[in-house]
Design a protein around this ligand. Structure first.
Ligand SMILES: [Mg+2]
Length: 244
């Protein structure tokens, strides 16, 4: 297998699925009031307010927050955000505000992205061997850059050649992988895609890529797993390294 490019999924592949649920969402709840108090006057937060007003169907910001003190307004916003999170609503304003709080957390070092122990050494070794390593995740490109810029193993961005999210296309559609291969500038058959989701591997295979199924603690089981080459650690990939 002459692998010149490696495309990595994130959740369930480089990092635990639970990081987002057990660390990132609780971080928003914990930091929300402090963040609103500190950043209330910022353009970024003020720009979120109309979006949040729409999320909770409260009409305009004025109708929602009224003429009370800034502290009262912050309390109303905080209450609305917690309510949206409790209901697990995928709302635009909520997403924006969460993004701001995470950005703050990663930049201040309070949030550190999880990676399995074998991931950073493997990415380093691959990139030193001249392999183009890129990321494809449903998380936005901005979120991916924040994540890989602030991991338990430090800033990995210099070793990552590109980022793709769902703006390239759905992860379960073969055309997305065809597009990504074109952007790599490498024949699809020389690109290895690693993911924990069978449907994503099937789509990548249809586009001509090589694939490996990532088995990590806490991942959902994959039907007919034996269809795929399976690894529990990137270390095991040496088995498939380019043959001379
Ligand atoms: Mg995944």
């Amino acid at each position: 297998m002459n692998i010149q490019g490696i495309l990595l999924d994130v959740e369930g592949t480089t990092s635990s699925i639970s990081f987002v649920y057990d660390e990132m969402f609780p971080f928003v709840r914990r930091e929300l009031d402090r963040f609103l108090q500190k950043e209330w006057g910022s353009e970024a937060v003020q720009d979120c307010l109309p979006l949040l007003a729409t999320d909770i169907e409260a009409g305009s910001v004025d109708e929602w927050l009224g003429q009370g003190s800034e502290v009262d307004k912050q309390k109303l916003v905080s209450k609305a955000v917690i309510k949206l999170m409790d209901a697990d609503v995928k709302a635009t304003g909520l997403k924006h505000l969460q993004g701001l709080i995470w950005k703050n957390g990663f930049h201040s070092g309070q949030l550190v992205a999880h990676l399995y122990d074998d991931v950073a050494p493997a990415i380093k070794a691959w990139s030193e061997a001249g392999i183009d390593v890129r990321i494809y995740s449903s998380g936005s490109i901005a979120a991916q850059q924040l994540f890989f810029g602030h991991t338990v193993a430090g800033d990995l961005l210099p070793m990552i050649g590109g980022h793709y999210d769902t703006t390239t296309g759905p992860k379960q559609e073969w055309k997305s992988y065809e597009k990504i291969a074109r952007e790599f500038g490498i024949p699809a058959e020389n690109i290895l895609f690693i993911s924990d989701v069978g449907e994503e591997l099937t789509a990548a295979l249809a586009a001509g890529m090589k694939t490996v199924l990532s088995i990590r603690p806490g991942n959902k089981s994959v039907e007919n797993q034996e269809r795929f080459l399976c690894i529990e650690s990137f270390d095991q990939l040496s088995l498939f390294e380019p043959q001379a």
